[in-house]
Design a protein around this ligand. Structure first.
Ligand code: ADP
Ligand code: MG
Length: 347
C-alpha cells in the first residue's frame, strides 16, 4: 500500500479509482480550486468503508500550506447500505433519492465522529493524525509517513523482541490513556490500526471508537484487549498480560498517580514468577469466564436478584450473571457499591 506519486495531473489517480460519487468528487474539486489542496496523489489504502489518499495542502487560511496530508474519504456506498441500495436501485418508486440522502448524512456523521475522537486524543497527548479539515464525508488529516509513503502498520513492522516489548508498553499505556483521559474505547484496535514511525506509536482509524457511556464500551474494550494480548504474545514478548489482566490494567483506577512504568514492571514480575509465559490459547482458557460474561457498564446496568445472583442489562437484553463471576474486579466493586447504597436506603 504505497501511494502512487503522480504529480501534475492532480485528480486523475483519485478519480480513476471510480470510488468517488459525484458529490464527493465535486467537494474534492472545490478543495483543489480553493487552494485547500495543492494536489492529490494516489490511493494509500482502499478499504471497505473508506479510501485514504495522499495529498499536499495548498494555500488556504487556517491551514499550514504545502505539507503532506492524508485524505480519508468515507464511502457513501458503505457495505451495510450497499445491499439495500441494490434492491432500491432500478425500482422507479425509489427514484426520489431519499435513501441516498440519509446514507450520506450517516456517513457524514461517521467522518465527524472520527474527527472528534482524534481531537480528544490529541488533547490527551496521544499520537494520532491531526484533523486539518472536515467536509461532509471527507476528512483531511496530517500524514503519518513521508514523501507519500505511509509509516508501516504494526502488521508490517520488523524489529527484534526487545523493541516489540517497548511497542507493547506504548500500546497498553495508550489504551489506558484513551480510557481515562479521553473516555474512549478504540473498539477496532489491531495491528492494522496502529502505525510505527521513528520509534513512535501512532493510533489511527477511530471513527468507530466509542465514549465510555456506550452500553457496549466495556465489551469493545474486552475485544481490543484480546486483540492486543494475542498480537504481542505471538510476537514473543515475554510476560505479556492476559486479555483479562490487560483489561484490568486499562480500567484500574488504583494505578492513578503511581509511576505507570513501575506499575507495569510489578505486574510483569508477578506474571513471570507465577508460572512464566503462557500461550494465548492457555490464557484464554483460564479467562474463559471473563471472556463470556457481559460486563456491565455502570450500576444502573446491573441489579441484584433476591436469590443472590445478579442480573445485568444493556439496552436491549438481559443477561444472567452468576455470583461466582463477581470476582471480576469491576463487577465486584459495583456490587459492593450497590450493596452500600441498598443498606443506606434501608437505614
Ligand atoms: P480503514 O477504515 O479503511 O481501515 P484507516 O483509517 O485504518 O481506514 O486507514 C487505512 C490505511 O490508510 C491505514 O492502514 C494506513 O496505512 C493509511 N492511513 C490512514 N490514515 C493515515 C494517515 N493519517 N497518514 C498516513 N497513512 C494513513
Ligand atoms: Mg483501519
Amino acid at each position: 500500500t504505497r501511494a502512487n506519486r503522480v504529480r501534475g495531473n492532480k485528480m486523475d489517480v483519485a478519480t480513476e479509482e471510480k470510488v468517488m460519487d459525484p458529490r464527493t468528487k465535486t467537494i474534492v474539486f472545490k478543495m483543489l480550486n480553493s487552494g485547500v489542496l495543492r494536489e492529490i496523489h494516489g490511493v494509500v489504502s482502499a478499504g471497505k468503508e473508506a479510501n485514504v489518499y495522499h495529498a499536499v495542502t495548498g494555500d488556504y487560511e487556517g491551514i499550514e500550506s504545502n505539507v503532506e496530508c492524508a485524505i480519508k474519504i468515507f464511502k457513501t456506498s458503505m457495505n451495510e447500505f450497499k445491499n439495500r441500495a441494490e434492491y432500491l436501485e432500478g425500482d422507479y418508486r425509489f427514484k426520489n433519492k431519499k435513501s441516498q440522502h440519509n446514507t450520506r448524512k450517516l456517513i457524514k456523521l461517521w467522518a465527524e465522529k472520527e474527527t472528534r475522537n482524534l481531537k480528544r486524543m490529541r488533547s490527551a497527548g496521544i499520537q494520532c493524525p491531526e484533523p486539518i479539515l472536515l467536509r461532509e464525508n471527507i476528512l483531511i488529516m496530517s500524514f503519518i509517513g513521508r514523501d507519500g509513503f505511509p509509516a508501516p502498520r504494526l502488521r508490517d513492522v520488523e524489529v527484534d523482541t526487545q523493541v516489540w516489548k517497548g511497542i507493547y508498553h506504548s500500546v497498553i499505556k495508550t489504551m489506558r490513556k484513551m480510557y481515562h483521559q479521553c473516555k474512549l474505547v478504540h473498539a477496532d484496535l489491531s495491528e492494522y490500526n496502529l502505525m510505527y514511525r521513528k520509534r513512535v506509536l501512532w493510533v489511527i482509524d477511530v471513527a468507530q471508537a466509542v465514549d465510555l457511556d456506550h452500553p457496549l464500551a466495556l465489551d469493545f474494550l474486552k475485544k481490543d484487549c484480546v486483540s492486543m494480548a494475542t498480537f504481542f504474545n505471538k510476537k514473543g514478548v515475554q510476560s505479556t498480560m492476559s486479555p483479562r489482566r490487560l483489561f484490568d490494567f486499562v480500567v484500574e483506577t488504583a494505578a492513578e498517580g503511581v509511576d505507570i512504568d513501575q506499575y507495569i514492571e510489578k505486574i510483569e514480575q508477578d506474571i513471570s514468577s507465577s508460572g512464566g509465559p503462557k500461550s494465548i490459547e492457555e490464557q484464554l482458557k483460564e479467562d474463559a469466564v471473563f471472556m463470556q460474561v457481559y460486563i456491565p457498564r455502570n450500576l444502573s446496568a446491573i441489579r441484584p436478584l433476591p436469590d443472590g445472583t445478579v442480573e445485568a442489562r444493556n439496552d436491549q437484553d438481559y443477561f444472567e450473571v452468576v455470583t461466582g463471576l463477581s470476582t471480576h474486579s469491576i463487577l465486584y466493586a459495583m456490587l459492593e457499591e450497590n450493596q452500600k447504597e441498598g443498606e443506606e436506603e434501608t437505614k
